[in-house]
Design a binder for this molecule. Structure first.
Ligand code: SF4
Length: 347
């Protein structure tokens, strides 16, 4: 149990954070709006990308899909195309599904309640909290890695952030530090402090507005926080593809909804045995996913006629495309790199 004095300390830290943010907060395009659609898009994009890298993607995405209606009406392929370069394509597919969900279940009006926002496809507690607080003023902390890091350091709190209860635990801590009617600003301030000052490695404590109060800093124990037990090791997975081409055209097929790389395009996995005679070279690509280390062998096969590809495409649901047509599709990163290398241009 925290004492009354400690609760006042929490609030004191929260106020200092807000004072700092009002002067030093980043001037970002999505900070100028409280449109839940735009905040939602930016929260999903910036979950996986640094602000500097993701800004162009965000601007392009919003320019093409300025509102829910436009996004819901778009084709899957086009949404994926605008996600190109961001990775985690399942997030783009979920955005698209959630746009449909809002159109049908909420008559096209973005829901305001935290629980309703949380029900949207692909929206987790963090995103629901960010939207609720920034757009609708709900007093809900948007707890993410920044919160874990800043709060555990400031209060020298050794709660293990890899535990499933960490979210609720740090939400409670954050609530105590969150001044009334400032939830959205507080959440944004924590994001900025965590990414600009209280960085995972080499935090800039000398410039930190909380350094007088920060227990970890004053005890010289910054590297001890946050406490995190080791993650389980990713497993190895071997894949084999055949890049089958004839005179600059090649075979691709859209993946299904299961397993990794949902709805992205890929090369054939199995080809007729006789085609082994046409393998011109082989390349092994290593690629890391969150829980898997992939080792992908890609056989480059140059068949003797277009007809050979046509028969295969008809029987196995593939399509034949050229380089330009492939530009309009989205591929898993290792295959995209392979194509870029093959055509020596950025796909
Ligand atoms: S003083 Fe250092 S460790 Fe403490 S909150 Fe600030 S940047 Fe983080």
């Amino acid at each position: 149990m925290k004492t009354k004095k400690q609760n006042a300390d929490f609030l004191h830290v929260g106020r200092k954070l807000l004072d700092w943010y009002k002067i030093h907060g980043r001037d970002l395009p999505f900070r100028k709006t409280s449109d839940p659609y735009k905040i939602w898009i930016c929260e999903i994009i910036f979950q996986q990308t640094r602000i500097e890298q993701g800004l162009n993607h965000y601007n392009n995405f919003i320019q093409r899909f300025p509102d829910l209606k436009t996004l819901a009406a778009a084709e899957n392929d086009e949404v994926l195309l605008y996600w190109k370069g961001l990775g985690y394509y399942s997030r783009a597919l979920n955005l698209h599904k959630a746009a449909h969900q809002i159109m049908t279940e909420y008559k096209g009006v973005f829901p305001q309640e935290y629980d309703d926002i949380l029900r949207l496809k692909g929206v987790g507690k963090y995103t629901a909290a960010a939207i609720s607080s920034i757009c609708f003023g709900k007093k809900i902390p948007a707890v993410d890695g920044n919160f874990y890091r800043v709060l555990s350091r400031v209060f020298a709190d050794d709660f293990d952030v890899s535990k499933s209860k960490a979210f609720d635990y740090f939400s409670d801590l954050a609530l105590k530090a969150m001044p009334e009617n400032e939830a959205g600003t507080f959440n944004e301030a924590m994001m900025d402090l965590g990414s600009e000052i209280c960085k995972p490695k080499n935090p800039l404590c000398e410039n930190c507005p909380l350094n007088e109060d920060c227990l970890a800093f004053n005890l010289g124990k910054i590297q001890d926080f946050p406490v995190k037990t080791k993650k389980t090791k990713p497993t190895d997975l071997a894949l084999q593809y055949s890049f089958v081409e004839f005179e600059g055209e090649f075979l691709i097929k859209q993946r299904g909804d299961d397993f990794i790389w949902k709805k992205l395009y890929e090369f054939p996995i199995e080809v007729p045995k006789e085609w082994n005679a046409f393998i011109t070279r082989q390349k092994t690509v290593l690629h890391k996913l969150t829980h898997k280390n992939l080792s992908i062998v890609i056989n480059h096969i140059v068949v003797e006629s277009r007809e050979m590809m046509e028969i295969f495409a008809d029987e196995n649901g593939f399509m034949i495309v050229n380089e330009e047509e492939a530009h309009q599709k989205s591929f898993p990163k290792p295959l995209e790199n392979y194509l870029a290398d093959r055509f020596k241009s950025k796909l």
